[in-house]
Design a binder for this molecule. Structure first.
Ligand code: AKG
Ligand code: FE2
Length: 517
């Protein structure tokens, strides 16, 4: 499972469908030939029957005809039976067998994850549902239209996830699409009509009369007799209060309280690029050549772009070539697992909708490219790399994201005392992203778009080694494309000379950012 969290799993699913498709096609082709044969045999028999019916007595007094009638019934029809049995064997289509053969299928959790991702994108980027359903993202048409059934199933999924606001939007889009469909509408399967009725009844009970009405009208258009399912006193319509406890509130179950805060709404704005730092913040910022901390950089100076001076957040351009990036990603793919959050050493890692991506940890010693990355970082930042975590390569699929968080640990049990906390973070961008997927700093009012080979670097701690709460950051949801990054977390203890501590505690400026607003 966990196919929805990154692109690598999805490729397997595409492969599964490709195999199923070829399978089904082969079956259809081979049975087509057999069906044609049966048809021609049938018409030969029909011909005989016509002859017989025209003049039955004459027909039956001919010994040849009698013999052939006998033979047809005694053997030919048996063969027909055999052929049909063969055909049904050939047609047998057993998905669970394919599952056991090792083909990948998404689980219920995957389908829910994909639905959640779609809704997350819709809300973060303020997308119009009608446009999403038409395969259009921010004005660019990428995919094919969703059918009314696709939209309905998504609405139903959201209903089961108790996200009622979005249920309504998608069910309405589905009904709108159904209404607009000009060509004759084939009668949907009975299960579809049943589900439509069921959702309509639930919406009715929850007080969303408009959507319920709309839905029931479309059902009745298909099958007017179903009006009887709506008669008063109908068992199906009346739900026993005791069996079905009243739902607390019309708030989506999946949405934790954080996503309802002002702070979160502001973060979404930063992801959409609707805010920018104040002029006072921006004025001192420069793009410049820097010699870093290594004499070699006098010949090949670094291209440094400042995003913020306090806290210090910068981009170093062109730190890794496309070739090396390809190598890294290749090395990571076989080890990619669903990302977890805040693992306590020895504790249970947790999957979470807070962070939807896959990652792999790679040891720097295993490949010269990675060793070189560390040396470059050290030369660039002046930091000592003795205590840094293994390289974490992460991949976000469409809808993948990492909600605002701090990289430092607030609980000292989460890091080894001899290494200290995460003093700095360096993110290598190992891909670009067509739309979305920026690294956002909601308190600093900017977001950095992934650019191949760039490194985003910042200090998580004040010089006094207090935590700098202003460094809260996030990976915005990927709207189109797939995002790859390499995280390097550098720890505090060996940095005495590289970044001498301040005698004064300089952390007051960031304290107010600890509180969620
Ligand atoms: O995906 C991003 O841009 C940020 C990732 C991040 O903050 C992390 O992995 O800690
Ligand atoms: Fe982070």
């Amino acid at each position: 499972s966990d196919y929805f969290s990154s692109i690598t799993g999805l490729e397997q699913l595409l492969q599964t469908e490709n195999i199923l498709m070829r399978d089904l096609n082969a079956k259809l082709q081979s049975t087509k030939v057999q069906l044609q044969q049966l048809e021609s045999e049938l018409s030969a028999i029909e011909f005989e029957q016509e002859l017989a019916l025209k003049d039955t007595e004459n027909y039956l007094t001919n010994p040849v005809n009698v013999y052939r009638l006998m033979k047809r019934l005694n053997t030919d029809w048996m063969q027909v039976e055999g052929r049909i049995v063969d055909m049904s064997h050939q047609l047998a289509f057993n998905l669970s067998q394919r599952y056991n053969d090792g083909l990948s299928f998404p689980s219920q959790e995957d389908v829910e994850g994909a639905a959640l991702a779609l809704v997350r994108l819709q809300s973060t980027y303020k997308l119009d549902v009608a446009q999403v359903a038409a395969g259009i993202l921010n004005g660019i048409k990428y995919g094919t239209d969703m059918s009314w059934q696709d939209c309905f199933v998504l609405g139903q999924q959201l209903f089961e996830m108790e996200d009622y606001n979005n249920t309504k939007v998608w069910i309405r889009e589905s009904m709108e699409r159904l209404r607009r469909q000009n060509k004759p509408k084939p009668l949907p399967q009975m299960e579809t009509l049943n589900s439509m009725e069921l959702v309509a009844k639930s919406l009715f009970q929850m007080g969303d009369f408009d959507t319920a009405y709309e839905l029931s009208q479309r059902v009745l258009e298909f099958d007017p007799r179903r009006i009887r399912n709506w008669h008063l006193g109908d068992k199906g319509a009346a739900v026993n209060e005791e069996e079905e406890p009243q739902r607390d509130a019309l708030l989506p179950k999946h949405s934790d309280s954080y996503s309802l805060t002002q702070e979160f709404a502001h973060y979404e704005k930063v992801c959409r690029g609707e805010v920018e730092p104040s002029p006072a913040q921006q004025r001192p910022l420069r793009c410049r050549y820097s010699q870093g901390n290594h004499p070699y950089r006098q010949l090949a100076p670094l291209k440094m772009e400042e995003h913020s001076l306090d806290p210090f957040v910068v981009t170093y351009h062109d730190m890794l070539s496309p070739n090396k990036i390809a190598q890294l990603r290749e090395m990571a793919v076989p080890h990619m697992r669903r990302s977890t959050v805040n693992p306590l050493p020895g504790g249970q890692n947790k999957k979470s909708s807070f962070r939807v991506s896959k990652n792999a940890w790679l040891a720097y010693e295993t490949h010269p490219t990675m060793g070189k990355m560390l040396r470059d970082l050290s030369d660039t930042t002046g930091l000592d790399m003795t205590y840094c975590e293994q390289l974490q390569v992460a991949n976000y699929g469409v809808g993948g994201h990492y909600e605002p968080h701090w990289d430092f640990f607030r609980n000292p049990d989460h890091y080894p005392a001899e290494e200290g906390n995460r003093i700095a973070t360096a993110i290598y961008y190992l891909s670009e992203v067509e739309q979305g997927g920026a690294t956002a700093f909601p308190f600093l009012n900017f977001a950095v778009r992934p650019q191949l080979g760039n490194v985003l670097f910042w200090y998580n701690l004040h010089r006094s080694s207090d935590m700098d709460y202003r460094t809260k950051h996030a990976g915005c949801p990927v709207l189109k494309g797939s995002k790859w990054i390499g995280n390097v977390w550098i720890h505090e203890v060996t940095q005495t000379f590289a970044r001498p501590c301040d005698v004064f505690r300089d952390h007051e400026v960031s304290l107010e950012y600890e509180i969620i607003k």
